[in-house]
Write a protein that binds this ligand. Structure first.
Ligand SMILES: [Zn+2]
Length: 455
């Protein structure tokens, strides 16, 4: 007799795609089979049973003068659970002058006792100094093996020499380098040229951030990682040309990985022109045309892109000069990713059910180094989602759980949505209702098994 058995669900995961029972004892998966019995049983007839999803690119509340995100660890983790996400990774964006490990400890303190589901971090050194970069081994030692580097944005970008040095540390420590790849100097020059021509509206946003300059920076990031011997993940790949750079690196045998983010798969460049919601989409890299979007779906299907994340960073609307409420740049996706990738990927035939689980659950756990997550395997964490492939949901801010007053996908209808989410054996959302208190979520163990290898 197990603690909990999920009966008669359509179980989908690596190597599994059939009706079975999943049994849980304590916090871990105990067995997968037929005729399993538990002290508590959930009937999953007609539902998909998948591993808890992992979102490896999330921004929880950060307050700084020029930029803030509005989901707290509490609201963001509740939204995650309702969306079938049982682990998310937040970014520690280290202010200049602060030691990396001090910033990490501070952020861990903010999250502790607040989250409904499990969580972890990436550390992003912003300060262009060798001293700061040379702290990277301590960060990996402290349990965060994923280090993020910006190539773009004033005040965030590091020069190529510092990125190389950082990647060398990452390689020596057995971590993963994550890169936001765009060509900063060229973008800045293109923006200047546009301003000289009086072009300042949202319709010029993408033109100043061309696909070729994302691909150029992607090439450079991959070349630096090869030189350093570091494993590398390109965050939010948006351009068909960047996908080609990734293919080339893979053919060369590099441990190079690619992330697609939800909004680039769902929307295209026209979204920025919407007078009400458009300002939210002034993101970088920019939303591109449907040709690029289709290339991303193909790359996800053929394995060139490994994971779908969200870059979840919702921001509440603010009043503009004319007194109108407008959304600042930033998207919210943590609660709707599993549903939207299912609706637009699986239901359209672009992705198989198994590939959907791979890109949302299994590969993120593998690539970001979460060895107890992402698979329905005896001994691993009992993070399980019951997903109703026929449940229809209209996406809107009031229906969702982020601390935000507008939804990135406002008004879209999806067919298929998570109904019950189990985190380490505990039901946290049941039939669409909150079933546990935030605060139970834990820092997820990090690393790769066997050490140093991404499965
Ligand atoms: Zn981000």
């Amino acid at each position: 007799m197990f603690d909990l058995v999920i009966r008669n669900g359509h179980v989908v995961g690596p190597g599994i795609d059939t009706v079975m029972d999943v049994a849980v004892d304590g916090e871990v998966i105990a067995a997968i089979g037929h005729g399993l019995r538990g002290r508590r049983e959930l009937d999953a007839t007609g539902l998909l049973v998948v591993p808890g999803a992992v979102d490896g690119h999330v921004h929880i509340r950060t307050e700084r003068a020029e930029w803030s995100y509005d989901d707290t660890f509490r609201t963001g983790s509740v939204a995650a659970a309702f969306g079938g996400v049982t682990t998310f990774l937040d970014q520690v964006q280290v202010e200049p002058g602060v030691r990396l490990c001090a910033a990490l400890a501070g952020r861990q303190g903010e999250a502790q006792g607040e989250c409904l589901v499990d969580y972890g971090f990436h550390v992003n050194p912003r300060e262009p100094s060798r001293e700061r970069i040379d702290e990277i081994p301590e960060v990996v030692q402290a349990g965060v093996p994923t280090i993020k580097f910006f190539m773009s944005y004033e005040g965030w970008a590091l020069s190529d020499d510092l990125i190389l040095r950082g990647m060398q540390h990452v390689a020596a420590a057995g971590g993963l380098a994550i890169v936001h790849a765009e060509n900063k100097a060229v973008i800045e020059e293109l923006v200047r040229q546009q301003l000289e021509l009086g072009r300042s509206g949202p319709q010029w946003h993408a033109a100043a951030r061309p696909a070729s300059m994302e691909a150029e920076a992607s090439h450079r990031a991959l070349a630096l990682a090869r030189l350093a011997g570091a494993r590398v993940l390109l965050y939010h790949v948006t351009a068909a040309e960047s996908v080609e750079e990734l293919r080339r690196a893979r053919r060369h045998g590099d441990a190079a990985f690619g992330e697609a983010c939800l909004h680039y798969l769902v929307l295209d460049e026209s979204a920025i022109l919407d007078p009400v919601t458009g300002p939210a989409f002034e993101v970088s890299p920019p939303l591109r045309d449907a040709g690029h979007r289709d290339a991303l779906w193909r790359a996800l299907a053929d394995g060139t892109l490994d994971v779908v994340s969200t870059d979840h960073g919702p921001r509440r609307r603010v009043r503009d000069a004319a007194g109108e409420l407008v959304p600042p740049p930033g998207t919210s996706g943590i609660e709707v990713r599993l549903a939207l990738v299912h609706d637009l990927g699986v239901r359209t035939g672009l992705l198989s059910l198994q590939r959907w689980v791979e890109v949302c659950c299994t590969r993120p756990a593998d690539v970001f180094g979460l060895p107890t997550k992402g698979r329905l395997l005896p001994g691993l964490d009992a993070d399980i989602v019951l997903f109703d492939p026929d449940r229809e949901v209209m996406l809107s801010a009031p229906a969702l759980h982020s601390h935000v007053d507008h939804s990135t996908y406002e008004g879209m209808r999806v067919r298929g949505f998570p109904v019950t989410t189990i985190s380490r054996g505990e039901i946290v959302v049941e039939d669409g209702t909150l079933a546990a208190e935030p605060g139970r979520g834990r820092l997820a163990p990090r690393g790769w098994r066997p050490p140093g290898r991404i499965g």
